[in-house]
Design a protein around this ligand. Structure first.
Ligand code: PLP
Length: 427
């Protein structure tokens, strides 16, 4: 059962918005009976996956670079327009291996506004992350800030194609080439984004096929590159350095993708157009629903390029909205909606970096501001455009009742409230 009573209320800013009448934090029924949350897996065709699993079972080949993972690599390379794809057990190991194989050492420039894995992948290999600020429009590295951060110790740039944004690639590539630096992209979010037809604007890129991503392989990742020698070394490195039955030619680890993971990955890839189409419909519904909500803005994507629309990125301007981002996220938990504060705080404020680089925030004003404003809203195959309309309408209602919502949140002891708001975050 869902609750959809609607009315038009004044937002107090002269704008009228379509709102639900009720708000859960003020005692109304929640907007959703079942949890709506960011990152619910896009499940592909069950029968097709089961047939593939039968094949894996019958072949007795569960891992070790079997036919499923080889086929998965071929498809990912083709869709990305790159010469080589090396499938990995996840993106984090893929990043660590690519960083090492590219010879990054000393200092590497990286955004702080990213998932912590990007930075850990450097520090775990003894590389000092030099945190650099981001462009407020794309949330990706600010090329001018990168230019200013390069020193004689810098060996590379680890960019992040955050939310699938690939626009800074060309400029960063020119800068990296000019200064003799390696350029790697953490493209965990960016599978099937950007221009596939043009030459690579980086030395390598790493995708994530984690369950929360557009395409998923339970857990999985892939490194793509046009560089033959880099690809050859990475192939050795994901398999302990083995080159043949018992000959080890390189330092390596176990970074292989298993056959069941590749079976899921291949089945998920077959649904790519359907998933992106669905996300796109939801995105259009978000555009309609968010338009006119004072203080809430939606990041728009460059529609001249491919995009997977897997992330619905909003920013809340506290002054205009009348509530903070954290208050809105908390009020939504009572509607059974798990919106997320990605990435808050920035990596430079997390351990061990906060202790190691206590002054880092001074050169990251955009990161500091954006991490207080961003709220990611749910999308994907499990969410319909009707859900999106209901959700945006409920957000409008919550914001229209800002002062009452703020007062009610102060008294609220519900376990569903997020930990950062004194709750248990249980759902
Ligand atoms: C930007 C970014 N980088 C790296 C990762 C790590 O990916 P994986 O879970 O596949 O290791 C994630 C995961 O969400 C991510 O969002």
């Amino acid at each position: 059962m869902v609750h959809t009573m609607k009315s038009v209320v004044s937002s107090g800013t002269g704008l009228n918005m379509t709102c639900d009448d009720s708000v859960a934090i003020l005692g109304g029924p929640p907007a959703f009976d079942d949890w709506l949350h960011v990152g619910r897996p896009n499940m592909p065709d069950r029968q097709v996956f089961m047939r593939r699993m039968d094949e894996v079972w019958d072949s007795g080949r569960l891992t070790n670079l079997g036919p499923m993972s080889c086929e998965f690599e071929r498809r990912v390379a083709e869709i990305s327009g790159r010469k080589h794809c090396i499938a990995t057990c996840n993106a984090t190991v893929g990043l660590e291996l690519a960083i090492d194989a590219l010879g990054m050492r000393g200092d590497v420039i990286v955004p702080s506004f990213t998932f912590i894995a990007t930075v850990h992948a450097l520090w775990r290999q003894g590389i000092r992350p030099v945190f650099c600020d981001i462009d407020p429009k794309t949330h990706c590295l600010d090329v001018n800030a990168v230019r200013g951060a390069i020193t004689s110790r810098t060996t590379g740039i680890l960019g992040v194609s955050l939310w699938g944004n690939t626009s800074a690639g060309q400029e960063l590539f020119a800068l990296a080439r000019e200064r003799g630096l390696k350029l790697l992209f953490d493209s965990a979010h960016a599978f099937a984004c950007g221009d596939a037809g043009i030459p690579a604007m980086n030395d390598a890129e790493v995708f994530s096929f984690h369950a929360t991503k557009c395409i998923q392989a339970f857990e999985g990742g892939a490194i793509i590159t046009d560089d033959d020698d880099l690809a050859r070394r990475l192939r050795l490195m994901i398999n302990f350095g083995f080159d043949g039955e018992d000959r080890v030619e390189h330092l390596g680890t176990n970074g292989k993708m298993s056959e069941p993971a590749a079976a899921m990955g291949l089945t998920s890839l077959e649904a790519l157009d359907r998933i992106i189409g669905h996300n796109r419909w939801n995105f259009e519904a978000y555009i309609d629903g968010i338009e006119g909500i004072p203080g809430l803005s939606l990041m728009r994507y460059n529609t001249n390029q491919r995009h997977n629309f897997q992330y619905v990125v909003t920013e809340l301007d506290e002054e205009r909205a009348g509530l903070t981002r954290d208050e809105l996220v908390a009020a939504l938990r009572l509607e059974n909606v798990m919106a997320r504060r990605y990435f808050c705080p920035g990596a430079h404020r997390m351990r061990p970096y906060a202790q190691l680089f206590p002054q880092a925030g001074l050169s990251l004003p955009v990161t500091e501001a954006v991490s207080k404003r961003v709220m990611i809203l749910p999308t994907g195959m499990s969410i319909s455009t009707a859900d999106v309309t209901r959700l945006t309408s409920r957000i409008a209602s919550i914001l229209a009742r800002g002062p009452q919502v703020r007062a009610a949140l102060k008294e609220c002891r519900d376990d569903r409230l997020p930990e950062f708001f004194g709750g248990k975050g249980s759902f």
